[in-house]
Design a protein around this ligand. Structure first.
Ligand code: GLV
Length: 315
């Protein structure tokens, strides 16, 4: 039987889930922070498959039989940037039900703002019947969804249900039966009228630093930015400046260039910023096993996995 090593902070949850889904594979788990001695286990050296989120330094060099890495998430930027992973190794990704989760995240943060939940709570605490506290009407307001794959579309649908007019922004413009799609470069032209900008594209050379001072120069104080993609897509200094000079009203950030967000980051206590701990798309087995199962089966049967990421494209 072929071996699949699970090196993941929640390996105790993943190992039984994978073993149950495909009993024809031998599966064992380690924590990425286990000491290098534990990760030098001969069992790992024999494994042909690796399920991983953050690859501990030196791990892949110790796996000469490795042919397949299953990423424990949607974004593979960290794997593609890792020079220790030879190009011959197939890397596959899994986004489980991230689209659904992230649609909930975006809707929750947007509605908390437009329904003025904080102000309602404050009024309640003061036993005030605050009838002038009307919710903001989102009908017909524009939402821009940057990245329109399996995650962008469910977010777009949720926003449409809330009454918004949704536009998608993609690398290669294509006709879409549901939503108008535009080139990413044209996003700046939409910003002056937009109520919401959601980032949900993979981190690539084309999206790194995309939200910078130049882009935000077209923004305004009524614009909310939600980032569920990667922190590196936003230039933090430019974001803070835009909040100060009225080019952005609010930022809801689930991802950061450095995670956990360092304690001295000015984002923590900025009144215009909501910080959440990279939790908008929880990568739990229940949601993700259905994505991974076809390749687990191929792996068990000694066949090549399918759907490997395109390294040139970056996802
Ligand atoms: C999480 O950030 C993921 O890419 O799956």
């Amino acid at each position: 039987m072929r071996k699949l090593a699970v090196v993941h902070h929640r390996h105790a949850e993943w190992v039984p889930a994978i073993a149950e889904a495909e009993p024809r594979i031998l599966v064992r788990g380690w924590h990425p922070k286990d000491d290098p001695g534990a990760l030098s286990d001969p069992w790992i050296a024999d494994a042909e498959g690796l399920f991983v989120w953050r690859v501990p330094p030196g791990l892949v060099e110790r796996m000469p039989a490795l042919t397949w890495i299953q990423n424990g998430g949607a974004g593979v930027d960290h794997l593609l940037a890792d020079p220790s992973i030879p190009a011959r190794i197939a890397i596959t990704r899994a986004d489980g039900q991230f689209g659904l989760w992230m649609a909930r995240y975006v809707a929750a943060h947007l509605l908390a703002e437009t329904q003025r939940l904080d102000e309602c709570r404050r009024a309640q605490d003061e036993r005030t019947w605050a009838s002038p506290l009307l919710p903001e009407d989102l009908t017909g307001r524009q939402a821009l969804v940057f990245g329109f794959g399996r995650i962008g579309r469910p977010i777009a649908r949720a926003l449409r249900e809330l009454g918004m007019e949704v536009h998608g922004f993609v690398r290669n413009v294509r006709e879409d039966p549901e939503f108008p799609l535009h080139a990413q470069a044209s996003l700046r032209e939409f910003l002056p009228l937009a109520r919401l900008l959601v980032l949900c594209a993979p981190l690539t050379d084309g999206t790194r630093g995309f939200v910078d001072a130049r882009l935000l120069a077209n923004g305004h104080a009524g614009l909310t930015l939600v980032n569920v993609a990667r922190g590196e897509q936003v230039v933090t200094g430019d974001l803070l400046a835009a909040l100060e000079n009225g080019r952005l009203g609010r930022a809801v950030l689930d991802v950061f260039p450095s995670e956990p967000l360092p304690p001295d980051s000015p984002l923590w206590n900025h009144p215009g910023v909501a910080v959440t701990p990279h939790h908008s798309g929880p990568s739990r087995p229940r949601a993700m096993i259905p994505d991974i199962l076809p390749n687990l089966r191929r792996f068990a049967e000694g066949r090549p996995v399918e759907g490997a990421v395109d390294r040139g494209r970056g996802y």
